[in-house]
Design a protein around this ligand. Structure first.
Ligand code: AMO
Length: 431
């Protein structure tokens, strides 16, 4: 068992015996004086070995070490104002646990920079860099905060199947797989299953899950494997109830991020808005037109419109986050609740020009649902298992999907591949 993380070694421990373990980040050999910088999850600690004080065996052990080897070191803590964090360890014993080969595929000390492809090809080593591991520590923390919020608000965590028989968001984005003697697909969303849960009495559910999207895009904001928080809640008045939950959830997550010590390493500052603006789809078209972008009514916002809207919301309204509400029915999937003939009870949440979530109220009347399935030229036979759940008592309900990768990329202003451990895109299937 490890006795101390580097972050726990403070000048107050002066004189105490400790054991630390981690990776050999750097060795500085000044002849009679050798510094070994040890790196672990928390940061760095300086190990100082000096001829005449340190046993010669330990000094020669240091000479044998290769960078990035894993070692365990026993030693004494010594206060030293010149050392990083004002403290160092005088080693009594160095135990080489796992020797690293050299040359290294990647320079962890960042003296030589590498392109993103090389970094992703060697992701295990890339994440050894404190400013990269900070991204994933932060990601874990905002997910914890989100989960805590949902728990406090009565949401039950569920897991829905990822091998499915039919599309929920439209047929073209499915990855087919062979399922014994049949064709099946990787789930592109928990949509149909989370809605079916609304017929069970478990009237508030959430899932933190992976979606698989066979989109051909090769962009800064699209991946083929996505992680999201999906929720579904019943007995709602309208989509406003869902928007309120999403607003609180996102603000909770951003607030958590704004307190994280990782922001120092990442050199970021995060402002937490008090509330999130709501803007009608029709007004978005007007705003875009004022900025010389004409989007025909009835079309979904394309990337250019999203970016422009993000800029306008920031510059003219001071908002990084905004809900676009009441999309035309034609832009939304079959399960979306219509509002009148042409509009829908749906919304998207934008964050600095990127859609991070979408959702709305759903149709709960089985007759209308069947009509909409047919309207989209989908085969009702494929949806029988789903439609059945609407025929024996289905309350009004709604929900959303919030993309975690998108939240992270916008929070830190990084491309999506930077905030995903092992991204899956058009070209990348390993590691
Ligand atoms: P939608 O298809 O909008 O909605 O997906 C929800 C959210 O998931 C994220 N997302 C993606 N992120 C990166 N790359 C992609 N290729 C990608 N596709 C989706 C986005 C998006 O806002 N069933 C509905 C949700 C609902 O209504 O409950 C759905 O899947 O952040």
């Amino acid at each position: 068992m490890r006795s101390h993380y580097s972050g726990e070694i403070s000048p107050e421990l002066d004189g105490k015996s400790v054991t630390v373990s981690g990776w050999v980040h750097e060795i500085r050999d000044l002849g009679r004086l050798k510094f070994l910088i040890l790196r672990d999850r928390e940061g760095f600690i300086q190990i100082t070995a000096k001829e005449g004080i340190t046993r010669s065996e330990v000094l020669s052990d240091i000479d044998q070490l290769s960078k990035e080897s894993v070692v365990e070191i026993d030693g004494r803590v010594k206060k030293n104002e010149k050392a990083p964090n004002g403290v160092e360890i005088i080693p009594d014993r160095i135990n080489l646990i796992s020797r690293s080969e050299s040359p290294l595929p990647l320079d962890v000390t960042q003296k030589v920079s590498s392109d993103l492809d090389t970094r992703l090809n060697n992701r295990f080593m890339d994440i050894r860099k404190p400013e990269i591991s900070a991204i994933f520590k932060l990601r874990g923390k905002i997910l914890d905060a989100g989960r805590e919020f949902l728990k406090e608000n009565g949401f039950i965590e569920i897991h829905t199947p990822k091998i499915i028989a039919s599309a929920s968001e439209g047929g073209t984005e499915l990855f087919p797989i062979s399922y014994f003697d049949r064709e099946a697909f990787l789930a592109q969303s928990p949509q149909l299953y989370k809605q079916m849960m609304m017929a069970t009495g478990l009237d508030r559910v959430y899932e933190i899950t992976t979606y698989f999207r066979a989109e051909e895009h090769d962009t800064r904001r699209h991946l083929n494997e996505v992680t999201a928080i999906d929720i579904e809640m019943a007995f709602i008045k309208d989509e406003g109830d869902v928007i309120n939950i999403l607003e609180k959830l996102v603000l909770t997550m951003i607030k958590e991020a704004s307190h994280c010590k990782e922001l120092d390493i990442l050199k970021r500052e995060i402002k937490v808005p008090e509330k999130i603006e709501r803007i009608e789809y029709d007004d978005v078209l007007k705003l875009l037109e004022e900025h010389r972008k004409k989007l025909p009514w009835g079309e979904d916002l394309d990337t250019e419109s999203e970016k422009l809207l993000g800029r306008v919301m920031r510059e003219e309204f001071g908002s990084d986050l905004y809900f676009v509400i009441h999309f035309p029915l034609s832009t939304k999937p079959f399960y979306t609740m219509p509002e009148g003939e042409r509009y829908s009870r749906s919304f998207d949440l934008g964050y600095k020009g990127v859609e991070i979530a979408s959702g709305g109220q759903r149709i709960h009347d089985p007759k209308l649902l069947l009509e909409r399935i047919k309207h989209f030229n989908l085969d009702p036979k494929n949806f029988e298992f789903y439609l059945k759940a609407f025929r024996y008592g289905m309350p009004p309900h709604g929900g959303f999907g919030l993309g975690i990768d998108r939240v992270m990329m916008q929070l830190l202003d990084l491309p999506i591949r930077e905030v995903v451990l092992f991204p899956r895109d058009r070209h990348r299937l390993t590691p």
